[in-house]
Design a binder for this molecule. Structure first.
Ligand code: ADP
Ligand SMILES: O=C(O)[C@@H](O)C(=O)COP(=O)(O)O
Length: 422
């Protein structure tokens, strides 16, 4: 049977996060890496998530890749489509959430969609259009210091309106709290009133379930993984999805293990500190990289030397003040790209030396690593922590991978992931 839901994610950890949510709902889900081509086989799955690395690309590139992915997903037979971006709405005033949403709406011939990054399980809630991270407004949270997409405005209606030509409207809490029928009625009113993109308030999972029901007839849904909670039940009700208890089964993978971190989020910095207490750890120095020193070769030699001591950690992550210093010397994008290339080279070297179990922290970092490993797709397994599943690569050498969004995971995430990966 053809897949039901076709998803386009703007980064790799975001893609696994969404896939995790769908698998939890009983949908067999496959993640494809990069824009699928004519020769890409349609996987046997209920949902396909195309993972792009487009979050910080120029908007025109992100739009082109998203459109091409949509074309492929339509060709694969998907009936509903999902554009996944970060639960902290990571973007700049130049894009890419607005331009990609506009293009997908146009290609699907729809005048209305929702934009809902809420993910209460990970502390992201939306009230009166304002995004909260835990108890803080987005603009007061550590996201204001993100190395690539600093978020300094919590009002999502304003943030999105700066990125799109469409009208951005607010679907308020009172409507959401009234349930799925009230939400679909409100969306119909928006549609007949000139259409647009509705930022949708949500505080609890039951709001996301109502939103899931309320968007059952929309061709396109946009948001974080949370808003996917209610979708599998729609498909079951429509007779499209069988009960599937084995949606998260993975093959087991033998081999050495390592952790790579390029995320500078507060959560990742804490996880690094914790892992360092019991495992060998090495910091990658961005300024030495920029001077052309063989930092990658040294890191690999160090890792080979430590391989008898169990899993090693190699990280570029630094606290915000240090990142600012490095960026003022190298440039924001340049520093990011330089470090991503280095982490990719280290991952390649580690896998060549027999590593088969890899935890990667950071969305952009995961994109760089997975691309360098030539991984074409990921089979999605059980959740390790909210938003992060275990996965196994598809095609070529099988590698167990846990791709962790910078902000996600408990303090012992790295050790927990290595213990729970297949
Ligand atoms: N020490 C550093 N200085 C500057 N930039 C860094 C440093 N360490 C990592 N980066 C860059 O910061 C970005 C982090 O983004 P990402 O990997 O998506 O993490 P997150 O998931 O926390 O957003 C990457 O481009 C990475 O290369
Ligand atoms: O929605 C989320 O928060 C994540 O799925 C996500 O997109 C992660 O992005 P990074 O923080 O850049 O890893």
């Amino acid at each position: 049977m053809a897949p039901i839901l076709g998803c386009i994610a703007d980064d790799f950890t975001g893609a696994t996060d969404l896939a995790n949510m769908l698998v939890r709902g009983g949908m067999r889900t496959v993640q494809l890496i990069g824009v699928p081509g004519a020769a890409t086989e349609i996987p046997e799955a209920d949902a396909i998530v195309v993972a792009l690395k487009s979050r910080t690309n120029p908007a025109a590139e992100a739009v082109a890749q998203s459109r091409e992915s949509l074309r492929w997903l339509k060709g694969a037979g998907c009936r509903q489509f999902f554009f996944k971006y970060c639960s902290t709405f990571d973007s700049t005033d130049d894009g890419n959430i607005g331009p990609v949403t506009d293009a997908l709406m146009e290609d699907l011939g729809t005048g209305v969609t929702v934009a809902c990054p809420a993910f209460p399980e990970n502390g992201r809630t939306i009230f009166n259009g304002h995004l909260f991270v835990g108890t803080q407004l987005l603009s007061d949270s550590p996201m204001r210091n993100h190395p690539l997409t600093p978020m300094t405005d919590s009002n999502l209606v304003s943030v999105l309106q700066r990125q799109t030509k469409k009208q951005v409207k607010l679907l308020q809490f009172t409507t959401v709290d009234a349930g799925g029928e009230a939400i679909s009625a409100a969306l119909k009113v928006i549609e007949s009133d000139g259409g647009g993109i509705a930022i949708v308030d949500a505080i609890l999972d039951n709001h996301l379930e109502s939103i899931g029901y309320g968007v059952r007839d929309l061709p396109l849904i946009t948001g974080g993984s949370g808003v996917a909670i209610g979708l599998p039940e729609n498909y079951r009700r429509q007779g499209l999805l069988a009960d599937s208890s084995a949606a998260d089964r993975l093959p087991s993978i033998e081999g050495k293990a390592a952790v790579l971190a390029g995320s500078c989020s507060v959560a990742t910095l804490g996880q690094i500190e914790r892992f360092r207490e019991e495992h060998p750890a090495l910091a990658v120095d961005a300024l030495r990289l920029a001077r052309g020193e063989d930092v990658v070769g040294e890191a690999l030699d160090w890792a080979y030397g430590k391989s008898a001591e169990g899993p090693v950690l190699i990280y570029a992550s630094q606290p915000a003040e240090k990142v600012r210093e490095i960026q003022s010397e190298l440039g924001r994008a340049e520093a990011g790209a330089l470090i991503e290339d280095a982490m990719a080279g280290i991952a390649r070297g580690l896998v060549d030396a027999g590593v088969r179990r890899l935890v990667v922290a950071g969305g952009e970092t995961s994109g760089a690593v997975v691309s360098a490993l030539g991984v074409k797709g990921l089979q999605i397994g059980a959740q390790i922590d909210p938003g992060v599943p275990a996965t196994v690569s598809l095609g070529g050498e099988q590698i167990a991978l846990a791709l962790k969004s910078g902000n996600f995971g408990g303090q012992d995430f790295f050790a927990k992931a290595l213990a729970e990966m297949p």
